[in-house]
Design a binder for this molecule. Structure first.
Ligand SMILES: [Zn+2]
Ligand SMILES: [Zn+2]
Length: 130
């Protein structure tokens, strides 16, 4: 069983069952909504996602798609599409242990930023500049 939550701790969840399709999404919607160049997700059966505390805010990011986020700190949490009624996508980096579920592929790559696949070639610095 996987556990996670938002940055501030208001929303906590558990993901039961077998997680599937851990992926990195490069679509423009994820980018704008999360404010990151790409967003890692994984999926579970919708009934296997359980809120333990807090109540996320929800909005339709496109017709038939509902996303949730923490109303206090803004952390993006989930993605649900009418076209996939049996599953819910959970923002992978909200897991308490994001190392537990490495992404297996990249998706929506038509929307990727030109530099997004070159990040690993940039210099690595252990601290922030300045
Ligand atoms: Zn929060
Ligand atoms: Zn996306």
């Amino acid at each position: 069983m996987l556990k996670g939550g938002c940055f501030c701790g208001h929303v906590r969840y558990e993901a039961h069952g077998e997680p599937f399709h851990p992926t990195v999404c490069h679509c423009a919607d994820c980018r704008r909504i999360v404010g990151a160049p790409m967003v890692a997700w994984f999926s579970v059966a919708r009934g296997d996602y359980r809120l333990i505390s807090g109540e996320p805010a929800r909005f339709a990011s496109s017709p038939g798609v509902e996303r949730s986020f923490c109303p206090r700190c803004g952390t993006s949490l989930t993605y649900c599409a009418e076209n996939y009624p049996g599953e819910i996508d959970i923002a992978l980096a909200t897991l308490d242990d994001p190392e537990a579920l490495p992404p297996a592929d990249n998706t929506q790559t038509g929307g990727r930023l030109s530099w997004a696949f070159e990040i690993h070639t940039l210099p690595y610095r252990a601290t922030q500049p300045g």
